[in-house]
Design a protein around this ligand. Structure first.
Ligand SMILES: CC(=O)N[C@H]1[C@@H](OP(=O)(O)OP(=O)(O)OC[C@H]2O[C@@H](n3ccc(=O)[nH]c3=O)[C@H](O)[C@@H]2O)O[C@H](CO)[C@@H](O)[C@@H]1O[C@H](C)C(=O)N[C@@H](C)C(=O)N[C@H](CCC(=O)O)C(=O)O
Ligand SMILES: Nc1ncnc2c1ncn2[C@@H]1O[C@H](COP(=O)(O)OP(=O)(O)OP(=O)(O)O)[C@@H](O)[C@H]1O
Ligand SMILES: N[C@H](CCC[C@H](N)C(=O)O)C(=O)O
Ligand SMILES: [Mg+2]
Length: 493
């Protein structure tokens, strides 16, 4: 899969034409082994070139960096035999080198970007491919799932982790992969080495403005999936109901890419004509190139209907017959932590867990649940620490506007003061109840449910840990909801 390769086999040219045999690639000096290429990247906190001396002492055979890095590492490199590659875009050069070093990837790959819906769409694409008999995986926030599994630290992994996993999956016989392209991942060129057959765009709203300078930079990062990563011969599958979908479509057309539009907008290639909701899901009415279809979707939430349709568009864009895809859609089941029914009280009151952690997701999720609730809708929300603080009051306001009762609690405070985060969320929901301890908040939420009510626990979804400082404490919303219902309904555990 990835034995030794020369710099030129990795598409790299060292200063003075010096060659080197590379036995591995590291982006962190602490992981460098003899013969490694050390990628000294310009970081958000520090330039990786500050660690070149450490990498050399551990036997690095070559260093990849940018001009700034070469200056920073000049002393450490002086008199060294090590090959130095200076690239204008070192993160892209690293991504291409990783693709060449690890070699194989599943033959048919798609990526999906957007503020919300990426995990849902990627999971649905994988399930549709499986229903059609292919060995397939989805790769992102919930790790690598499907016919080959592995945990992941990031929604879009760094190129070394990514291409190692793709090569292993391909060698295990997986020929189809659907991955999530986060804006961080696109900005850092993490998936630039992936050959994509198609790319999807879900929607664009506020998130990650702690990392991107403003909305336009955030959009530009996402647009890179179509403007840079998807090849000209690829297909862009775009939700044109979203205001920025039209801009994304224009970028794809300018590249000469095929396009497949999705949404309820007039003229959408795959058009959502209607959704009728019931206790366990919805009926979809859609048209494909003008031919009308009606089909069952066993998913709660209008947004999951939209995501399922975008997933269908991506699978069609990769060559499947539309009718085969439509036949497979009713087989889709709930994505872990996305509008997942966690528990039901003896009274019939239901508890759902959802991953909503942006203003648009909070309002979308609560509105999506509303048709399934005869009584009050109670929402529990929080906000992650070391993330976009601007969205906190907006999430509070979204919950206050659409839910009957709001409880504000802790999500993953990370290095921030939990009470300060809650105060910012409460800024948008002054009537909300504040309960810092998440387990207590869930217990209180379950306890207030009357027959016909429903509780929606937002923000952590599938997550099985709560990050406080640098410690990850075991915490699973679904489990906490079940425990609370069992305790309050006297069912014992
Ligand atoms: C803000 C961000 O994305 N940072 C990512 C980036 O780190 P960086 O380059 O900024 O790191 P840095 O701390 O400035 O260090 C610079 C360089 O020095 C190197 N170094 C550092 C110390 C040392 O002793 N030796 C050494 O070589 C580091 O490996 C790094 O390459 O590159 C690292 C290696 O690939 C990533 O692990 C790291 O992700 C951090 C941990 C992170 O939290 N990222 C999150 C925000 C993220 O990526 N989230 C997205 C979106 C999530 C979503 O919306 O779902 C995701 O795709 O997961
Ligand atoms: N199409 C959509 N429109 C609006 N909100 C959505 C949509 N799809 C999902 N959501 C909301 O966003 C939450 C997260 O969904 P999902 O995990 O699929 O998104 P994501 O883009 O992968 O998120 P992340 O960026 O955190 O990985 C859902 O639980 C739901 O509340
Ligand atoms: N419960 C998580 C959800 C965000 C996860 C991911 N989208 C990210 O930004 O890291 C948090 O806010 O801490
Ligand atoms: Mg995701």
């Amino acid at each position: 899969m990835s034995g030794e390769k020369t710099l030129s086999e990795l598409g790299l040219t060292a200063r003075g034409g010096r060659e080197a045999r590379i036995s591995g690639i590291s982006v962190d000096s602490r992981a460098v082994m003899p013969g490694h290429l050390f990628a000294a990247m310009p970081g958000t906190k520090v330039h990786g070139a500050r660690f070149v001396d450490a990498a050399l002492s551990q036997g690095a055979a070559a260093v990849l960096t940018d001009a700034e890095g070469a200056q920073i590492a000049a002393e450490a490199l002086a008199g060294s035999e090590v090959a130095l590659v200076i690239a204008a875009d070192p993160r892209q050069a690293l991504a291409f080198a990783c693709a060449l070093f690890f070699g194989a990837q599943p033959a048919t790959m798609i990526a999906v970007t957007g503020t919300n819906g990426k995990t849902s769409v990627a999971t649905f694409v994988r399930r549709l491919w499986q229903e059609m008999g292919f060995r397939a995986v989805n790769l992102g926030t919930t790790g690598i799932e499907g016919d080959w599994q592995a945990p992941l630290r990031h929604t879009t992994p760094d190129p070394i982790t990514l291409h190692k996993a793709l090569a292993e999956a391909a060698l295990a016989g997986v020929e189809h992969a659907a991955m999530e392209a986060s804006s961080h991942g696109l900005d850092q060129r993490r998936l630039d080495g992936v050959q994509l057959r198609a790319a999807g765009f879900t929607n664009f709203s506020q998130d990650h403005l702690d990392y991107h300078a403003d909305f336009e930079e955030y959009f530009a990062a996402k647009a890179g999936l179509f403007a840079r990563v998807l090849p000209e011969e690829g297909t862009a599958v775009v939700n044109i109901d979203d205001a920025r979908g039209i801009d994304m479509l224009a970028i794809a057309k300018a590249r000469g890419q095929e396009t497949l539009t999705v949404g309820d907008s007039l003229g959408a290639d795959l058009r959502l004509l209607g959704q009728r909701f019931d206790a366990t899901g919805q009926e979809l009415r859609l048209s494909w190139h003008g031919v009308v279809e009606q089909l069952r979707l066993n998913l709660i939430g209008g947004f999951q209907g939209q995501n399922a349709l975008l997933a269908a568009g991506l699978v069609i864009a990769c060559g499947a017959e539309a009718e085969d895809v439509f036949r497979a859609l009713p087989k889709l089941d709930t994505v872990r932590g996305r509008m997942q029914l966690a528990a039901t009280r003896d009274s019939g009151a239901a508890v759902y867990v959802d991953f909503a952690h942006t203003p648009d997701a909070v309002s979308t999720a609560i509105k999506a649940l509303r048709p399934h609730v005869m009584g009050r809708l109670v929402a529990i929300i929080g906000a992650g620490g070391d993330r976009d603080a601007g969205k906190r009051p907006l999430m509070g306001a979204a919950a206050a506007e659409h839910a009957d009762v709001v409880i504000v609690t802790d999500d993953n405070p990370r290095s921030e003061d939990p009470a300060a985060i809650r105060l910012q969320v409460l800024g948008g929901a002054p009537e909300a109840i504040e309960v810092g301890d998440r387990a207590e908040a869930i217990l209180r939420g379950v306890d207030m449910l009357q027959p016909g009510d429903a509780l929606l626990v937002c923000g952590k979804g599938h997550e099985t840990g709560q990050i406080v400082g640098d410690t990850v404490y075991p915490f699973d919303d679904v489990e906490q909801a079940s425990v609370a219902v069992a305790a309050l309904d006297g069912r014992g555990l």
